[in-house]
Design a protein around this ligand. Structure first.
Ligand SMILES: [Mg+2]
Length: 243
């Protein structure tokens, strides 16, 4: 593989493997959920005696599973994440989701335009994935191909979930493109041997600092408008078929 710049200045990596499957992360890629979940997390943490602002919470927990988050809170903050804590957070979050959750702008059209297989691979639990996609009207475009971190031993940044999703979809890792918004997710895709398009168009991803972090991880494409997704996928298809 060798790097090229496309006309828009985005980094493209040519590949000899045509894409056959697009694996979508959910939070921050399909639904604009991160501001809501970080807000709820910060509040629940404060009630439990841990003072953490939204920026720190973003850095520590973005894209990670509940289990990973629980481990960090236990080991580094001495907080026992018990059933009461999780239940409070879950109820609060679902209420906010029902009132406020929006799809990522342009994602519905992007899914309609995509002419290869697609699936979802998210750090969230299946109940939350299904709720998020139902509220935002995306579920019919993605069901039944939904995969949750609870199905594998190790969450992102480990490659387990993406490898599991690809295997279930009968697709080799080199024929997959992962769409991810979080550093942990980008690292997981790279560890799985997949191409990764970093999406920086969600509400939480606009800061220069966040963009710099994403850039440092050298994703194959970095983009911030979901309406452009089809352009980048088609480019990969042309490159793959030409080689
Ligand atoms: Mg995400």
């Amino acid at each position: 593989m060798w790097p090229l710049c496309d006309a828009r200045g985005g980094l493209i990596v040519m590949s000899v493997h045509p894409p056959k499957l697009v694996i979508f992360d959910c939070d921050g890629v399909l639904v604009d959920s991160e501001p809501l979940s970080l807000d709820v997390l910060v509040r629940v943490l404060r009630n439990a005696g841990v003072d953490m602002d939204a920026e720190e919470a973003t850095e520590r927990f973005l894209g990670k599973s509940l289990k990973t988050m629980s481990d960090i809170l236990h080991e580094e903050y001495g907080l026992a994440v018990d059933d009461h804590f999780l239940e409070e957070m879950r109820l609060d979050l679902y209420q906010r989701f029902r009132r406020e959750l929006q799809p990522i702008a342009g994602i519905s059209q992007a899914l309609d335009e995509l002419d290869i297989a697609r699936c979802v691979a998210s750090s969230s639990q299946m109940e939350r994935i299904r709720l998020s996609l139902t509220i935002t009207g995306l579920i019919d475009k993605l069901e039944p191909h939904l995969f949750s971190a609870s199905m594998v031993a190790n969450g992102k940044p480990a490659p387990d979930l993406f490898l599991h999703a690809a295997a279930q979809m009968h697709t080799a890792p080199e024929n997959c493109i992962v769409i991810e918004d979080s550093p942990a997710g980008i690292e997981a895709a790279q560890a799985a041997g997949m191409r990764v398009f970093a999406f920086a168009g969600a509400s939480h991803a606009k800061s220069e600092r966040h963009l710099a972090t994403l850039r440092q991880l050298e994703p194959d494409v970095l983009f911030d408008d979901m309406r452009e997704l089809i352009h980048f996928v088609r480019k990969e298809q042309r490159d793959g078929n030409a080689s």
